[in-house]
Design a protein around this ligand. Structure first.
Ligand code: ADP
Length: 544
């Protein structure tokens, strides 16, 4: 017997429609390249999204066609999120920090028909044009007066396209399983792989992410996503804020500590999200000036492991709850978030810190398991460490047009292999110890590079740290700690060693410390350990 409820497809257009109807005067603030602030409302954004949707039809695109964007977190980018996907076209957000070869690869692999480009990326795209046979139109996301001189063929002006249309449009109704957007993983080896999200997965993810123990976004919030809209949809914020009716502040291209903190205070931001490197800059500015966190209540830290010293600094110095979260492009991206349970009311401060420093518990609809090398399940006892697998309605079931990568990504039961290594405790809290390819295997046991790095950045002289395993004749591999000192500080190696001594097991202590000026990062701000391993391939450990 079937239930008797309305059969209404979960479509992305319903999010902006809801915001325009019931939060029509709630503001969206967008910082322009010249740092001026542009302000309008959900009702305005909805009308302009409809106009751009009509412009896309006029430019000859059909449902299912891919339309690319190279853009910052800006109001025009927000309009494209709905203008492109709302009528069944597929929004392909492109990470401009990828290497030119990767950009060529993904634009051709996606077969983008139109590229929307913010002026600061025009030079980048001009160099690629000869190799982009599928692209028929280049649209520059600027008003007429600010159109840059460009060699892009027949460059169109975004505001001209908007001007030419009226906002009368009923968003079409179609299958909720239709593709809505496409995002490529930056991939440290091999070609980038495309995660192709659906309307259904995106709406469910938006719903899930608003839950109190995930992002907990509500209509009283003012949200500033520092995480880019060109990488995993800014962790879904452009969808969850309209769902919740939250004010949205889009920071554009200036993401240094001062620029962010100024905007936080000016706009009364209550909630923000970013990777650890972004928070390093903001915390430094706030420490020096006492500004930046006057209205913020919560921040989300994810994308790489948040060092406990950072979570503590937010709490102790600024009264901000830092929520550590974990996810992946392939998971839309949210998987877990570190919020407390009722029982923690009676827990010791140390126990609470330990919970808050974990990657957190899974969201409803995200299922997790860990396995040993043979694929056998390991217990969720907080001790066993194994390969992490996930499944759920916002997890990919394959990669876009990539049968080889798809074949390798799942186990026989259809679970997605994350490539992360972790423990899961009986309460569901995940503790990621490594990427599987970064695990350091010493004498048959594993050393967590993340734990060592977290301990090292707790030292006041250390700005950033990376740990890699180097070949060792006796132990197979031993850890080398590579440190970037804080400005004006010098690294006293014995002092660092004794600082680490009571924070990790004795046999985990690095065999040596190297000091460098900077560490290599991927296009999404993660430590590029493949490059570090190459750079240090000939390094001789004193113990070897
Ligand atoms: P990329 O394009 O760089 O692959 P993803 O966002 O998909 O971008 O990267 C996902 C990976 O980032 C995860 O598999 C994990 O290794 C790492 N990661 C994300 N959040 C955390 C976290 N809170 N702690 C540790 N690692 C994290």
């Amino acid at each position: 017997m079937l239930g008797m409820m309305m059969d209404q497809p979960l479509l992305i257009s319903s999010l902006i429609e809801h915001a325009a109807r019931f939060h029509g005067d709630t503001e969206i603030v967008s910082r322009e390249t010249d740092r001026s602030l542009f302000r309008y409302t959900y009702a305005d954004a909805s009308a302009r999204a409809k106009r751009i949707a009509k412009a896309l039809q006029r430019l000859g695109t059909a449902p299912g066609d891919r339309v690319g964007t190279l853009a910052w977190n800006s109001h025009r980018h927000f309009e494209l999120y709905y203008g492109i996907s709302g009528t069944g076209r597929v929004l392909h957000t492109i990470n401009p920090r990828l290497f030119p070869d990767q950009l060529r690869y993904i634009i051709n692999h996606a077969a983008d028909q139109i590229l929307f480009i913010e002026p600061s990326f025009v030079g980048l795209v001009e160099k690629l044009v000869p190799d982009l046979p599928t692209v028929r139109h280049y649209v520059i996301m600027a008003p007429k007066a600010l159109m840059p001189a460009t060699s892009l063929p027949n460059a169109l002006c975004y505001e001209d396209l908007i001007e030419a249309e009226t906002p009368e449009l009923e968003w079409p109704r179609f299958d909720e399983q239709s593709a809505s957007s496409l995002c490529y993983t930056s991939g440290t080896t091999g070609n980038p792989k495309g995660a192709l999200y659906s309307h259904r997965s995106t709406v469910l993810h938006a719903f899930g992410s608003c839950a109190a123990d995930m992002l907990g976004v509500g209509a009283a919030d003012c949200v500033l996503p520092v995480v880019p809209m060109f990488h995993v949809n800014a962790w879904g914020i452009p969808y969850s804020c309209p769902l919740a009716g939250a004010k949205l502040v889009l920071p554009g291209q200036h993401l240094d500590g001062e620029s962010l903190c100024t905007l936080f205070d000016q706009e009364g931001v209550t909630f923000s999200l970013g990777v650890p490197t972004i928070w390093l800059g903001a915390l430094k500015y706030a420490d020096e000036t006492g500004k930046g966190f006057s209205s913020i209540k919560r921040v989300i830290i994810g994308g790489s492991a948040a060092p406990p010293s950072m979570i503590e600094a937010f709490d102790k110095k600024h009264g901000v709850r830092a929520v550590h979260a974990w996810g992946m492009t392939e998971m839309s991206p949210l998987g877990t978030a570190a919020c407390l349970k009722a029982r923690h009311a009676a827990a010791s401060p140390e126990a609470i810190t330990r919970v808050l420093c974990s990657q957190g518990r899974p969201s409803f609809l995200v299922d997790l398991k860990i396995t040993d090398e043979a694929g056998e399940r390991l217990p969720h006892d907080g001790v066993a460490v194994g390969n992490l697998y996930v499944r759920g309605p916002w997890v990919v079931r394959g990669y876009y047009n990539d049968p080889d990568a798809s074949a390798e990504a799942f186990d026989a039961e259809g679970w997605f292999k994350t490539g992360d290594v972790c423990s899961i405790d009986p309460d569901g809290y995940v503790r990621i110890t490594d990427r599987s390819k970064d695990v350091i295997k010493s004498g048959g046991e594993w050393i967590s590079s993340i734990d060592l790095e977290n301990a090292a950045v707790g030292h006041p002289d250390v700005a950033e740290a990376a740990v890699i395993g180097l070949a060792h004749p006796r132990w197979d591999e031993r850890p080398l700690l590579i440190i970037v000192p804080k400005e004006g500080r010098t690294i006293d190696k014995p002092a660092i060693m004794s600082f680490l001594a009571d924070k990790v097991a004795k046999w985990w202590l690095p065999d040596d410390i190297a000091v460098v000026e900077q560490l290599p990062h991927t296009a999404t701000g993660k430590l590029l350990k493949t490059k570090l391993r190459q750079d240090f391939a000939d390094y001789k450990l004193p113990t070897a």
